[in-house]
Design a protein around this ligand. Structure first.
Ligand SMILES: *Cc1c(COP(=O)(O)O)cnc(C)c1O
Length: 349
């Protein structure tokens, strides 16, 4: 339950991968890669797509595609590109991250205010960055509509960015989950951005790979940098076939991951010393309070009991559902979790 990246390819996915027709993707003639790129760009309503080894590379190519060195990327405070990519925007592209808002997004007004400072000598915002679902917040959906005080809708931020002539990137590593949770179409969800990255290796269960989509011009630029970033794969169709299989067979099943996450959250909500959020997609986030001092105090014993998990933040236990966890396992997990938590709390008192 460490992440949805840990799910293993199913036997049928492996068969599809073994049978994949391949070419050399660096020459653009791997039919299985071309097929996956077409499937993803059609679903997202974009002109072009490029298959890449990882979501981190997709994001970093988006940074490099939209920004010149010395520019910035405006993101919410805990965007993956800011906190989980080893400061690569700075290291690889000379781009600084400008954090706005909190964990669940930022407002159009905060973006407007940042853009207004450019007239006072602040560096230019080369790309306005969105993420859906929001990883650090625990797979929370960033809605297309409905504004509140802490964050504006994706549509509103996108409109603000575009009114100022700025490019928008959407880190959609878990856009599939947002689609299943909201019922919004993938193309509506993707319409707020010029480039969108999606993972084949998380909820959809493929062993590796992400796809970056956008206009033909932007994707041509990204392809131009792909080799330099180490993304030139050869018979990549074997991996891409895993992605296609996941898209064709595992997308609807994300609803089961979401249902199981809600079910586990309900089961452990009675636990003293835990504040359990209602999951919006496939992650359960349980915040620890006194007498527990940190999430690891619970995560360590949980791992010993066979529930592999790590703190999301120092005070938060994160449990992630994926296609490797069925309903039978769910019952066992809930029972073991409650037993371990009771034991840890009994030791404290
Ligand atoms: C996992 C993830 C990434 C990076 O994907 P990798 O394939 O692990 O490099 C990027 N953004 C978000 C929101 C993610 O959850």
């Amino acid at each position: 339950m460490r992440s949805d990246t840990v799910s293993k390819p199913t036997a049928r996915m492996r068969e599809a991968m073994a049978a994949a027709e391949v070419g050399d993707d660096c020459y653009g003639d791997d039919p299985s890669v071309l097929r996956l790129e077409q499937q993803v760009r059609e679903r997202l309503g974009k002109e072009a797509a490029v298959f890449l080894p990882s979501g981190t590379m997709a994001n970093q190519l988006a940074v490099a595609t939209h920004c010149e060195p010395g520019q910035t990327a405006a993101t919410h405070a805990t965007a993956h590109v800011r906190i989980h990519e080893d400061a690569s925007a700075a290291a690889l592209s000379g781009v600084q991250i400008m954090p706005l808002g909190g964990r669940t997004g930022y407002t159009s007004r905060a973006l407007e205010e940042l853009l207004a400072e450019e007239a006072c000598g602040w560096p230019r915002v080369g790309v306005v960055w969105l993420e859906n679902t929001l990883g650090d917040a625990g797979g929370v959906v960033w809605p297309l509509n409905t504004d509140d005080e802490e964050r504006s809708s994706l549509r509103s931020i996108s409109a603000t960015a575009r009114a100022h002539g700025r490019a928008v990137h959407l880190d959609g590593a878990r856009l599939w989950n947002a689609h299943i949770a909201t019922g919004d179409s993938l193309s509506d969800l993707a319409s707020v951005a010029d480039t969108v990255s999606v993972a084949m290796s998380k909820g959809l269960g493929a062993p590796a790979g992400s796809v970056l989509c956008g206009t033909s011009d932007l994707i041509a630029r990204a392809r131009g940098r792909k080799h330099a970033f180490g993304g030139g794969l050869r018979q990549a169709g074997i991996l891409a076939a895993g992605g296609s299989f996941g898209l064709e067979h595992h997308l609807a099943g994300l609803a089961d991951d979401h249902r199981r996450a809600r079910s586990l959250a309900g089961a452990i909500a009675s636990c003293p010393a835990l504040d359990v959020a209602t999951p919006s997609t496939n992650m359960v986030i349980a915040k620890v309070r006194a007498p527990l001092r940190g999430a690891e105090e619970l995560c360590g014993p949980l791992r010993e009991a066979g529930i592999l998990c790590y703190p999301n933040r120092a005070q938060e236990v994160r449990l992630v559902f994926h296609l490797g966890i069925n309903d039978e396992a769910l019952d066992e997990i809930a029972e073991r979790f409650l037993r371990v938590a009771a034991g840890v709390l009994a030791d404290r008192s």
